[in-house]
Design a protein around this ligand. Structure first.
Ligand code: ADP
Ligand code: MG
Length: 290
């Protein structure tokens, strides 16, 4: 778990999250069915001199969300296990969990910045964070991708395989130039088999095996997802050298990470990261090749 932070909330409440949080602090943001299709209900809350992101699985009586309440709670418990197993400054710290009438409330530190995700109909709007993030100068885009890689080297070391990683997992502070990763609730511990066919996720980031029933999902899948982030944020979304704004060795690392066949990719995120940074397999700087 990242740096220990003490939160000011009770250990347990018999109230529903919105009612409890209105009593315990000042609610300044609400993420509900208007913006989320997860069924989760989350809040930005100021309390004890700090800002918090408090996430709940929503109303157990509401049957409209796609996933039932018990499944949503299981995902929050998974997120809790993930937060406790890695220590990365790129992930907002989980300060604790508060029991409520609606199940667990996860108390995270608030991440300043803007969510990079934009709905499909707004993706060509130049004022969106989605577009501004893609216009960052190459050094800043590289630093942002470096943060994503650093976090994933940690996550992979703890055994986590990415699931549903996309722009909605990224908050970027354009002034402080700081990136945070959120909503990693669907990451899974250890390799699994695709039991869904087309999995949840954004097509722009998903590996071929995330569309194929029975396919193996492992660290090479994460390598692909991260290669796609490189193509999206330092390139034009494609794999061609022409549309890519980075160096040759970065382009080569991205292209290999995005190979259709898992066996043609890097075997580990740490290996992708070294190639991306122009370091040779054994650690020293490469002579201009990846
Ligand atoms: N730690 C955080 N700090 C600030 N805002 C956050 C934080 N985590 C999530 N958010 C915001 O809340 C929204 C909903 O959170 P998310 O974890 O994605 O929930 P859901 O499971 O409903 O998708 C995100 O899209 C983002 O805008
Ligand atoms: Mg989300």
């Amino acid at each position: 778990m990242s740096a220990m932070i003490t939160h000011p909330f009770a250990e347990r409440t018999e109230l529903a999250p919105a009612d409890y949080l209105a009593e315990a602090g000042t609610v300044f943001a609400r993420f509900d069915a208007l913006t989320q299709d997860s069924g989760n209900l989350s809040f930005g809350v100021a309390a004890g001199g700090r800002r918090w992101f408090v996430k709940s699985a929503g109303d157990p009586q509401d049957s409209t969300p796609f996933l039932p309440h018990a499944t949503r709670v299981a995902l929050l418990n998974n997120a809790q296990a993930l937060a406790r197993s890695v220590s990365s400054l790129v992930l907002p710290a989980l300060a604790g969990v508060v029991g409520s009438a609606w199940g667990p409330m996860l108390v995270y530190e608030w991440a300043d910045g803007e969510l990079i995700h934009a709905p499909a109909e707004r993706r060509s709007d130049p004022t969106t964070a989605f577009r501004r993030f893609r216009r960052l100068p190459p050094e800043q885009a590289t630093a942002a991708i470096d943060a994503i890689l650093d976090a994933h080297v940690e996550l992979c070391r703890a055994g986590w395989i990415a699931g549903d990683f996309y722009d909605g997992s990224i908050i970027y502070d354009f002034e402080a130039r700081q990136l945070r990763l959120i909503d990693l609730d669907s990451y899974h511990l250890g390799p699994t088999v695709n039991g869904m066919g087309r999995m949840f996720g954004s097509t722009r980031f998903m590996a071929p095996e995330e569309f194929e029933l029975g396919a193996r999902l492992d660290e090479r899948t994460t390598v692909f997802n991260l290669g796609r982030a490189m193509a999206e944020y330092l390139g034009d979304g494609g794999l061609d050298r022409g549309g890519f704004r980075g160096a040759d060795h970065q382009h080569a690392a991205m292209a290999r990470a995005c190979a259709s066949k898992p066996s043609a990719r890097f075997g580990a995120v740490a290996e992708l990261t070294r190639a991306w940074r122009g370091e040779a397999a054994r650690g020293g700087p490469a002579a201009g090749v990846a």
